[in-house]
Design a protein around this ligand. Sequence first.
Ligand code: FMN
Length: 198
Amino acid sequence: MDNKNHIIIINASPRKNKNCASVIKNITKKFEHNNIKYEVVNIYKMNIDYCTACGYCEKTGKCVIKDNMTPLYNDFDNSKGTIVVSPMFFQSISTKLKTVVDRTQAFYSSKYILKKPSIDTKKERRGMFIAIGGQPEYENQFLGGQLVMDLFFKSINTKLIKNLYMSNSDKVSYDENKEFQSRLDESIDNYIKEIKLI
Ligand SMILES: Cc1cc2nc3c(=O)[nH]c(=O)nc-3n(C[C@H](O)[C@H](O)[C@H](O)COP(=O)(O)O)c2cc1C
């Protein structure tokens, strides 16, 4: 597909056809209805290695590792936005998603160490973070993941406009959770409105 001005949807669950997958199915249905270009990125199916803190990006603004993360740097740069859908793992985002987040250190280094951004910092982009937790709602259930994602969206120069949380998915799945379905519908409608303005 033409990876320009599209929306990147990251599926950060290792499980097929579970809650994150159902959420994404509903987002893509709305995007298609509204002629919004998108790409679903299933990170658990991709070869994406850990950041080794080698320091190469501090000198070059690029990552030395060449794998399935490599084209994603340009994709983030060219996109109009990114939606991340992640399960909570030990009060945080999923493991593979953290690997992707760490690899965007190349953008961070290019901006704040080299002062030669390897991402267009003037381009308007919009972000959304959707987190699914298996446990019934409890205080700070999503806080750990949220803090990481706040930095991630800064790293990819994307304005985070909405955080959406669903608890208790191990008892009541997305497909059964009408209350969350309507919150998702409303949030995606608003996201589409914002995307159409930029
Ligand atoms: C390793 C692991 C850690 C988890 N930690 C939490 C947690 O800290 N809080 C929580 O609410 N759910 C936790 N869960 C439950 C998942 O967030 C939940 O099953 C979610 O629905 C998974 O998303 P999926 O259905 O799209 O795979 C954990 C699950 C796993 C496998």
